[in-house]
Design a protein around this ligand. Sequence first.
Ligand code: 5RP
Length: 226
Amino acid sequence: MNDKELVANAALDYVKDKMIVGLGTGTTANYFIDALAKKIKSEKLTISVVASSTVSQERGNQAGINYISIDQVESIDLYVDGADEITEGLVLLKGRGYDLIKEKLLAASSKKFIVIGDKSKIVAKIGEKFSIPIEITPIAWKITKKILEKMSEECILRQNTAGDAYAITSYGNLVLDCRFKYDDIHELSKMISEVPGVFEHGIFLSLSDIAIIADNGKIRTITTNC
Ligand code: 5RP
C-alpha cells in the first residue's frame, strides 16, 4: 500500500453507519472513495455521500454509493479530503482541482473534517510550494485580476489541463493562481476575500480537525487542541 492509500484507509476508521460523508477531490481522495465503497459493501452500511466535485461525484456513483446533492444538506457528518499544503497548525491550502466553493462548504459544514496526505504536503508556511488558487467571477475578471495583481507578486489565470482554454469551475467561474508575500495568513485570507469578484480561495483556516499524514508507511496524526 502506498502512503496515499494508507492515509485513505486510516480515515475509514471515522466512518460510522448512517453517516453523510463528504467526498474530496484528487488522487488521495480517490483512494478514500474507493476504500469507502468497499467498506459500505462489506459491512452493509447505510452511507450517503455529498461530493466536492463532479469528478468525485462520478467516482462515487460508479462505485454505487448513494448520492445526495449539496443543495439538499445543511450539514454533513464527516468530510475526508486531500490538500496541497498542510501546516502543523492545520492551516491548509487546497484547490488544484477547481471546485473551491464546494470544498470549503463541505469543510465548513462537516462535524469532522479529516485531511489526508503524504509527508510531501507538510509545509512551514502556506504558499511555500504552490500559488494560492482564487475562484473569481468571469463577468469582470480583468478588474478582479488587476486588483489581485497589485496585492501579489504574481497572478496567473489558470488554464485547463490540455492548455487549450481557461479552467472553468462547476459554477462557471475562473481561477487565478497568485503568489503573495505575507506575514499573517489570517490577514491574507481576509484581504483576498474582500476583493470584489472573488468567490472563494484555497486557504482553509480552522476548518480541519485532524490531519492523517503518512511518511514511508508510518502514520501520524495532527489534531487541533479544541
Ligand atoms: C483539490 C484539492 C486536492 O485535495 C489537492 O489538490 C490534493 O490532491 P492530491 O491528493 O492529488 O495530491 O484540494 O482541489
